[in-house]
Design a protein around this ligand. Sequence first.
Ligand code: DP6
Length: 325
Amino acid sequence: MKVTAIAPSNIAFIKYWGKKDESLRLPENASISMNLSNLYTTTTVEFDDKYDSDMVEIDGESKKGEGDRVIRHLDKVRNLSGLKFKAKVISKNNFTKGTGSSSSASGFAALSLAASRAAGLTLTEKELSILARQGSGSACRSIPDGFVEWLDGDTSETSYAVSLFPHNYWNILDVVVVVGDEKKDISSTFGQVIAATSPFFPVRLRNINDKIMLIKQLMQKKYFNKFGELLENEALELHAIMLTSSPSLIYWLPGTITIMKYVKKIRNEGLPVYFTVNTGQDIHLIIEEKNRDVLLNKLKRLDVVQKTIVNKPAGGANLIQKHLF
Ligand code: DP6
């Protein structure tokens, strides 16, 4: 039976960086995110005895490295279900991978839902989130609806994501500003391994639970400006860890910094807009929906902006009827 799932990428307001268990992908700390309406992956999976080996195609190419990670995930699903058949997997992103838009989050969330159903399993949201986490940590946050917390947990069973607020709770947007098409040279997975080499990492971990509590309160009260200040400060803290790791990780391009400075400038002039950045050069601008057009008109005038992608808060992973093969 063919099953197709669609899952959103997500942007973390409080980041996941560093693992206390690498193979299980148990994070050092909890994280908070929002699902993104306009960055998503669609994946069709079919297990059948007509396949001699697993066939994995992502964005029209059968890629070896990523294909292997997908096959290891299929093995997990086969273990859970007892199914022995090989699978065909076709997956499509509606965006370019590897520039900071978290394709592994949407990718492993869609794969977890499609593959588990195709193998005859009906997992709960919690079980799906646990499965997705083992493919890519941030993927566990793309399973539940809207605004999400990943509870860090000490075991696989206690490390999963839950919805804090549904996607229609708050009219804020994530405008992704694309400033280059270079692929990142160091994966998030490797960056996380060396997080603890930064002398500032223990300081981060000491304060992170207070930060999580505070951002949840600000989201609850919809205090946009305080919320924005905190998420921007968090992104810079994440990059302070990356910059001071051994080896150091520099994910920004000149365009990333141009946009950071521009955001501060237009904020000083009165437009409430804040930025966050992941492992890539593209930068995410968080605004209230009512300020969308003003921001987009300003961005149009900047040479460094190649493209903008406007995202509303989105629901979590879902099944759809239209298969990719
Ligand atoms: C900076 O989830 O891609 O985007 O578990 O190794 O696949 P793996 O890492 P991944 O890391 C995401 C890191 C981040 C922060 C975040 O999304 O929380």
